[in-house]
Structure formats: structure tokens, C-alpha cells
Design a binder for this molecule. Structure first.
Ligand SMILES: [Zn+2]
Length: 393
């Protein structure tokens, strides 16, 4: 029970004592992120044959004979028949596989499900393909129950219910897509050719004008709300560090931390004669709030009042900068959030190596590349078809 270093650890003892089973691939694929628990759990019940289906009721001698109520073939209600070979069910399987451009030979239920999980698919479709067997079985079962209780659900409705579940899953998985086709064959086509467009921008820290200071501010919240840090650093017109400070806050949100950082940074500049000063924040919300473009969130109304008071005294201006150009203070806040205490530095020499490097790179106007995904494009995809499921009656 000793580990490689000759020490006793509970984990090594647990590994010896616990009884392990060989991992079953089949159960690894049942749980797909975004699929409702009841649907995944239903698939598990089918695979474990734990359903009050005719086949099982006969085995338990509850009844002598149960015929499938979803077709006129007079077949026994077995897992294999209801969930695979019943004519309507078979058409459902075929309809959904046809849209993917793949082929499966539907011979045995468990084999069919396993094949679905292994269908070759582009990355964006993996989870959707994996979830299809669960959705098909779930809706076939709902249809069977409705029919058994005297209601009806025709074939088209069955298809549309499964389609809706898949669309909802795609929406949950890719909430940033502004456009997403609603029908399964088009969803497949759309996500097959999905390539996010990337844009880039060159961002560099700029020295302020002569005789002006620059105060870079940043607020950080791990968890939002969670442990937070505020930081600011002041550099002169030559890019030399004059003062830096970062300290922890109690549990807070990103917005409160951003506002706190600006307020504390401004106060320091004002009280220590480091004016005129350009105060920089990478929080676009804060910039908009201070410009009067956005409403003041109630959680920071007091800070905003204080900041505006300081700004009214003059010699302070606000500027927005991308995070890539605000690396020094970002480095300070990240450093402090992982340690207890405060970081105060009056000169370059007192800083850790990484901080010194950032200052030197900023002085030389070394550019950082800001990369952004364009999420609103539909990438030239054309939704041309209205009657996409052929031959549905
Ligand atoms: Zn049937």
C-alpha cells in the first residue's frame, strides 16, 4: 500500500481495496451533455431491459401475450420489434441516418445503437449523433404509450418531436450561433461546413503624452462572484513604472472589482500628485457607464459616484483598452488572487521577472495580437428547403 516514493497514501490503499469492473463502452456513451436526464436514463433502461414492455411482462408471467400497438403486423411487443423493426420505427431510424449521408444495417437493436455512436462525424456533430438513439427510443416509447392509452401520434409528429429534441440540444450546445436551421438534415449540413471566422487586431500599450501619467486598472473575480482582486499600476510618459498596487477584496463580482480598481487607482493618482492622468480599463461596461452610454448598475452606484466626483476635479480622463494591451496590471491581479496579501511596488527593480518583461515590452510598443471569433456569420449557408423530410405521410 505504499506509493512509488515509499509513502502510505489513502488513494493507493483505496485502489487496492476497491472492486473494479471493466469499463463498459456502452454506458460511457449514454450520458451526453445537454440531453435531458430522463432521456439518457430511458436509454439506460432499454439497454438493461428494464421496461414494462410485452416481452418482459410475459417473462414475469403478468400477461400471456402482448401485440405491438404501433403497427398492424400483429408482432409480439419485444425490445427488438418496438424499438427497431416495427415499420414506423424503422422509418424513423432510416430518416435520421439518411440525413447524415451514412448507412447502417438495422439488424439488432444494441448493435444499431452502438453503430450510431461510432458514425463518422465532424466535431460539431459528435454529441448530436450520439444523442440520436436516446431521442428516437424516448419518442417511440412515448408514442407507444399514447397509442396504448387510446391517443394517437402519427408518424410525422414522431419525426418532428425527435427533430425538435435535436434542435434544442444543438441550441444548448452552441448558444452563440445566432442562426441555426430548424430541421435535422439542414442542421447536419450547416454544422458540417461550420468554420468559425476569426478576426485579429494588433493591440499595444501606448505611452501617454509628455508630462502625463497613465494608470492601468483591472479588477478580477474568480467565480463571479468569488475571490476578487483589484489592481492598478501607474507609469510615466516614458513608460517607467512609478507605482503598482494589487490587493484582495472580499467575495465580489467582476464588475464591482473593475469599479473598485478604477476608484482606488484614481484616488491614488489624485492624492499623490500624479496628474494629469489617463486612466485605462479593459472593462467596456465601465467605460460605457462612465461615458453615460449605459445605465449605472445598482451594485456599483456608490463607486461610480466617487469616480465621477474625482473626474469632475479635472486632469483625469478615461480610456478603454483591450485586455491584450493591459497585461501588466492583469499580471498583478492574477498574481495576488492566488496569494493572500497585497502587492505594492514603487519601481521596476522590486518586481518579479515576468512583470519587468511586460514593462520593457510595453515600452518598446511590442504588439499583442487579439484574436476574436466572429459568431454571427452563417458562413454562406443557404437554407433553401422547406419540405426537407421526403415522403413523410
Ligand atoms: Zn409494430
Amino acid at each position: 500500500m505504499l506509493n512509488g516514493s515509499g509513502k502510505f497514501i489513502v488513494r493507493s490503499a483505496w485502489e487496492i481495496l476497491r472492486i473494479t469492473e471493466v469499463k463498459k463502452e456502452i454506458f460511457d456513451n449514454i450520458w451526453v451533455k445537454g440531453v435531458p436526464f430522463k432521456v439518457s436514463f430511458f436509454l439506460w433502461r432499454v439497454l438493461k431491459k428494464r421496461l414494462p414492455i410485452g416481452e418482459e411482462l410475459i417473462k414475469m408471467r403478468v400477461v400471456d401475450n402482448v401485440r405491438c400497438c404501433c403497427c398492424n403486423e400483429g408482432a409480439h411487443e419485444t425490445f427488438q420489434h418496438l424499438f427497431l423493426t416495427c415499420p414506423a420505427t424503422m422509418r424513423v431510424w432510416e430518416t435520421f441516418i439518411a440525413a447524415t449521408g451514412n448507412q447502417i444495417h438495422f439488424l439488432q437493436l444494441v448493435v444499431t445503437i452502438k453503430k450510431w455512436w461510432k458514425v463518422d462525424s465532424p466535431a460539431k456533430l459528435i454529441s448530436l449523433y450520439k444523442s440520436i438513439p436516446a431521442f428516437i427510443l424516448w419518442h417511440v416509447w412515448r408514442r407507444r404509450n399514447a397509442t396504448r392509452h387510446g391517443e394517437s401520434m402519427n408518424f410525422s409528429n414522431l419525426i418532428f418531436e425527435i427533430n425538435r429534441s435535436l434542435y434544442n440540444l444543438a441550441r444548448t450546445r452552441y448558444p452563440w450561433l445566432k442562426y441555426l436551421p430548424k430541421q435535422w438534415p439542414l442542421i447536419v449540413q450547416f454544422l458540417e461546413v461550420y468554420t468559425p471566422l476569426i478576426s485579429h487586431k494588433v493591440v499595444a500599450w501606448e505611452k501617454p503624452q509628455r508630462d502625463t501619467f497613465k494608470c492601468s486598472c483591472d479588477g478580477l473575480s474568480k467565480g463571479n462572484p468569488g475571490p476578487s482582486t483589484i489592481g492598478f499600476c501607474i507609469r510615466d510618459w516614458e513608460g517607467n513604472l512609478r507605482y503598482a498596487e494589487a490587493r484582495k477584496l472580499t467575495e465580489s463580482t467582476s464588475l464591482i472589482a473593475e469599479a473598485g480598481a478604477i476608484k482606488v487607482g484614481m484616488e491614488f493618482c489624485f492624492n499623490n500628485g500624479m496628474t494629469p492622468v489617463v486612466v485605462e480599463t479593459n472593462s467596456l461596461i465601465m467605460k460605457k457607464v462612465l461615458d453615460g452610454v449605459s445605465e449605472v448598475p445598482w451594485s456599483i452606484s456608490l463607486e461610480i459616484q466617487n469616480i465621477k466626483c474625482l473626474m469632475e476635479k479635472g486632469q483625469i480622463s478615461m480610456k478603454h483598452i483591450y485586455r491584450e494591451g493591459n497585461q501588466l496590471v492583469d499580471y498583478f491581479t492574477n498574481l495576488v488572487v492566488h496569494f493572500v496579501g497585497t502587492l505594492i511596488s514603487n519601481s521596476l527593480q522590486e518586481l518579479p521577472g515576468e512583470g519587468k518583461n511586460i514593462i520593457l515590452l510595453d515600452k518598446n510598443r511590442t504588439a499583442n495580437i487579439r484574436i476574436q471569433k466572429c459568431q454571427n456569420s452563417n458562413y454562406g449557408f443557404q437554407d433553401t428547403t422547406t419540405n426537407i423530410y421526403n415522403n413523410i405521410s
